[in-house]
Design a protein. Structure first.
Length: 414
C-alpha cells in the first residue's frame, strides 16, 4: 500500500499542468500588493538575445496569480528599428522609435518567449542566471504557515522556488486519513534540466511547475535538479478532527474588582471560509455572570497578498446572572465582525481584531471586543466586555470586564 500511495503521488507530480496560463495572467494583474517574499531581483535574470536590451530600473515586482502563485515580472527595453512588431504571450507590441518597452514574466517555462517579427524573425528567452544565493531560495507561502510542512536538507545555490499549500482535507482513498496538496514553482539555472522527485525523473510538463500530494503514507518528497536539491516533509496526523476546544485564563477587572477570568472557545470547521463557533466567558467567583454565544463565522473578503480576511459573525448569545438573590437568563443577538492578519510580524503568528455589538435599545446593550495574537497552539488576548440587561421596566443589571488572558487548546474531537 505504501508503494501504491507513493506511485500515485508521483504520477500526480508528473501530470502537473503547464503554467502558461499563470505566466500570462501575471501580466494582467494591475497594481499588485505582495509582501516581498525573498531578495530575488533583476540581477538574477538575463535575456538570451543578440539584440541590445536593458531592464527598466525599479520595474521588478511580484504578483500573485489565481490567488495563489507568486510570479516575478519586470519590463525590458529592446533596441529595435522603428515599426518592429514583437509578439509576446498573445500580445503585439510595435515600436514607434528605435526602442520598445515590453512587460515580461520572469520564468523559464516553455513558451515564455518574445518573438521578433519581420524579415528575420527571432525568439528571445528569459534565463535565470543567479550571481548569488537567493534568501530564502525556496519560499513557503503564508498558506503553509498553519501546516506541518518543512524544508530540510536544502542545497539551493542555483535555484529559487515558491511552495503553495492547499488546506488538509480527507483522503477518500484511505477513509479518514488526511491529504494535503502542494503547488510548486521551481526555477533553476539551466532550464533544460529535468526534475527528479523521490527517484523518478519528470519527463513531462514545463519543468517549472509541479504538484505534490502529501499523506500519512507519503510524508516526504526528495527533489533534485542538477546540483540543487531539497526535501519537503509534511508529517500529517492520522485523522483530521474538525471540532476543537480551547481555554483562555487571565486576570480581568470585573465590575471594578480584579478577578481570575475564564474564556472557553469551541469551533467546528466545515472549510476555510465557514465554521460554527461558540464562546463562553465568566469570572471565577461564587456568583459568576456567564456569557455564552453561538455563531456562524463566514468569510467575506480575502486580500492584501492573501493574508487578510474579513469574517462576519452571525448568531446569538445568552447571559446568565443573579441580582438581588434572583436568577435571570436573557437572550439577545449581537452581531459581529472579525479581521484576521496571517503571518503578522512573525511567520506562523496571526493578529485578530474583532467584536460583537448590540446598540442600546430598551435599556439593553452589549459590546464584546478583542485583540488576539498568536496561533492555534498558544495565543494572547485582550478582551473588553460591557453589557446591560433590563430586569423590569425600571431596573437593569450590567457588568463591565477587561483583561488579558493566555489561550491554549484543550482537545479535538470527531
Amino acid at each position: 500500500m505504501k508503494h501504491i500511495a507513493l506511485f500515485s503521488a508521483v504520477v500526480l507530480f508528473l501530470l502537473a499542468p503547464g503554467s502558461q496560463a499563470w505566466t500570462e495572467k501575471s501580466l494582467e494583474a494591475a497594481d499588485p500588493f505582495v509582501f516581498r517574499p525573498s531578495d530575488l531581483d533583476l540581477d538574477q535574470f538575463t535575456l538570451q538575445s543578440d539584440i541590445p536590451w536593458h531592464w527598466v530600473k525599479g520595474s521588478f515586482e511580484w504578483v500573485r496569480v489565481d490567488r495563489k502563485f507568486l510570479i516575478p515580472r519586470a519590463r525590458v527595453v529592446l533596441d529595435v528599428p522603428a515599426q518592429t512588431t514583437i509578439k509576446y504571450l498573445g500580445r503585439h507590441f510595435q515600436s514607434d522609435q528605435d526602442q520598445i518597452e515590453v512587460p515580461i514574466a520572469l520564468t523559464q517555462e516553455k513558451g515564455n518567449e518574445l518573438e521578433i517579427q519581420g524579415k528575420k524573425p527571432s525568439k528571445i528567452r528569459v534565463l535565470f542566471k543567479p550571481k548569488r544565493e537567493i534568501n530564502p531560495a525556496m519560499i513557503l507561502d503564508t498558506t503553509c504557515s498553519s501546516t506541518p510542512i518543512r524544508i530540510t536538507s536544502s542545497s539551493l545555490k542555483h535555484s529559487w522556488g515558491h511552495v503553495y499549500c492547499h488546506p488538509t482535507h480527507p483522503n477518500q482513498e484511505v477513509g479518514h486519513g488526511l491529504r494535503m496538496d502542494v503547488d510548486l514553482i521551481w526555477e533553476t539555472e539551466g532550464a533544460e534540466r529535468k526534475a527528479v522527485v523521490s527517484g523518478v525523473v519528470d519527463e513531462s510538463g514545463d519543468g517549472v511547475t509541479h504538484q505534490l500530494s502529501f499523506s500519512q503514507s507519503t510524508p516526504t518528497y526528495e527533489l533534485k535538479k542538477g546540483s540543487d536539491s531539497f526535501t519537503l516533509t509534511a508529517p500529517l496526523p492520522g485523522r483530521f478532527h474538525p471540532f476543537g476546544v480551547s481555554l483562555g485564563l487571565g486576570p480581568y477587572s470585573h465590575r471594578d474588582v480584579l478577578r481570575p477570568f475564564a474564556t472557553i472557545y469551541a469551533a467546528y470547521l466545515f472549510n476555510e471560509g465557514l465554521k460554527v463557533a461558540s464562546f463562553t466567558a465568566f469570572p471565577v467567583h461564587s456568583k459568576p455572570e456567564v456569557d455564552t454565544g453561538v455563531y456562524m463565522i463566514v468569510e467575506q473578503f480575502r486580500g492584501i497578498d492573501e493574508r487578510v480576511t474579513l469574517n462576519l459573525l452571525l448568531g446569538a448569545h445568552a447571559l446568565s446572572f443573579q441580582s438581588g438573590g434572583e436568577g435571570f437568563l436573557r437572550f439577545s443577538a449581537p452581531q459581529g465582525v472579525e479581521l484576521n492578519f496571517r503571518d503578522c510580524l512573525i511567520r506562523g503568528q496571526n493578529f485578530t481584531l474583532g467584536g460583537f455589538f448590540y446598540p442600546k435599545i430598551s435599556n439593553r446593550y452589549y459590546v464584546n471586543s478583542w485583540i488576539r495574537y498568536g496561533n492555534a497552539k498558544f495565543f494572547y488576548e485582550f478582551n473588553f466586555i460591557n453589557w446591560q440587561e433590563p430586569l423590569d421596566d425600571v431596573r437593569a443589571f450590567g457588568a463591565k470586564s477587561a483583561g488579558i488572558s493566555v489561550g491554549f487548546p484543550l482537545f479535538r474531537a470527531f
